[in-house]
Design a protein around this ligand. Structure first.
Ligand code: CDP
Length: 239
């Protein structure tokens, strides 16, 4: 027997979704799709091509022409180039909100995200449950995965964490990659996160919202391993 199991992980900025989703996918042998990376890649392409992020028509065109791929766990390719690090800078997130609220961009990326979740890539070997059922599937993280992209996902998790904890985590992450902007502080990051969350929550199309049937997981006092283990347990409980 074989079963398909899709996990939707949503939540505010820097709540630990991506790290958790990636480790969870690795543990379960599932695919991992980072939907935020796709919005980041479109933003990078606009900045590189000098497209005004508020020019909706041009931005939509740019999104339509962007070839975004996930060649391996955690790697992102834009038009054949590895952009895994280039999409993680503060400059990207400072320009991303108008792009993420552009309905044309969302429609294009939503189609791609649903197609990726159906792809059932052979690399997603899954795991054997109770020695009889092969469970294969995908973990996708973002803002609207449980509400709009995969409304019938087998498991939906909404990750939250204190604003201060999130800002500190993002600061540490950027510092460890030497990607902190000049004079960038935890306070400045906290402000950026709050502005982005507000934009994500209040936009007209696919706002950040907990799906009614999502499980809320507060990670403020949890380690990454504890977060991953908690969701892993939810998967087993649902099988
Ligand atoms: O890692 P972090 O939480 O900072 O960001 P991300 O998950 O990479 O997402 C970056 C931005 O892309 C978010 O602030 C949203 O504006 C947008 N996004 C979205 O609108 N919908 C998604 N499904 C994923 C990301």
């Amino acid at each position: 027997m074989s079963r398909l199991f899709r996990i939707a992980i949503d939540g505010p900025a820097a709540s630990g979704k991506s790290t958790t989703a990636k480790l969870l996918a690795k543990k379960l042998g599932f695919g991992y799709i980072d939907s935020g990376a796709m919005y980041r890649a479109v933003t990078l392409k606009c900045l590189e091509q000098g497209v005004q992020v508020t020019n909706d028509a041009k931005v939509k065109q740019t999104a339509n022409s962007a070839q975004i791929r996930f060649p391996s766990l955690g790697k992102v390719e834009l038009d054949g180039q590895d952009v895994s690090d280039a999409i993680r800078t503060s400059r990207i997130v400072q320009n991303i909100s108008p792009i993420a609220s552009n309905p044309g961009v969302r429609a294009t990326l939503a189609n791609q995200q649903r197609a990726l979740a159906r792809a059932n890539d052979p690399a997603w070997r899954g795991f054997l449950f109770k020695q009889s059922t092969q469970v294969r599937g995908v973990v996708m993280d973002g803002r609207d995965i449980g509400t709009v992209i995969l409304p019938d996902a087998e498991l939906k998790v909404f990750i939250v964490a204190d604003a201060r904890v999130r800002a500190q985590r993002r600061f540490d992450e950027l510092a460890s990659k030497n990607a902190l902007g000049e004079g960038e502080t935890v306070d400045a990051i906290a402000k950026d996160l709050a502005a982005r969350d507000e934009a994500d929550r209040t936009r007209a199309v696919s706002p950040l919202k907990k799906a009614e049937d999502a499980v809320e997981l507060d990670t403020s006092d949890k380690t990454i391993d504890e977060q991953v283990a908690a969701i892993e347990q939810m998967v087993y409980d649902r099988l």
